[in-house]
Design a protein around this ligand. Sequence first.
Ligand SMILES: [Fe+2]
Ligand SMILES: [Fe+2]
Length: 211
Amino acid sequence: MMPKDDLRIVPKTSLEPMPERPSLFDFFRLRFSRRRPELPFAPAPHMAQSALRALRSGASEETVLACLLHDVGLAFMSPDHGWWGAQLVEPYVSERVAWAIRHHQALRFFPDPSVGYEYPPSYRKIFGEDYLPEPYLVAAYQEARKHRWYMEARLVTLNDEYAFDPQAEISLEPLAEIVGRHFRQPREGLGFDASPVAHMWRSIIWPGRPL
Ligand SMILES: [Fe+2]
Ligand SMILES: [Fe+2]
């Protein structure tokens, strides 16, 4: 276990070397804390705030983990980040957590007054006042609405909406035990375990490699 101070999220502007066998939290500290030029924010503090909010609300450990990982796709890809992110963590989390990450993206476009989720005002700016979600997003939403895990993805969107405090000082420490219990960290390190997604983690380690 690392000392507690090492679990603080500090904004990064450069690519620092990663350990030989990087853990999920190494990625949070050394890669997800960096804002890609295309993004308005770095994924790590946003995801951690979302997870801490879910934790305070008494959500289940799996929901907290889904919130912690929900925008992990944004570390390397913006379009369809829900699908990319779910694929990236699928070998290491439960099917339910991956499902929630995949579907949160579509659910963000569709209000659910029964739980107090409204269309995000920021989306009016990003997509325009008249934007209608594309048919594949509508289809993903409709599929999710009927699914037994609907509320799992909906809780991600609920905690997502309020997790954008750029001033907050954040530590992953309160989340360490939940990650230890529910994220199957490979012994060889993420990117080096010969899983079907290892190449995706390596691309995050070395985003500037020419080949
Ligand atoms: Fe998202
Ligand atoms: Fe988010």
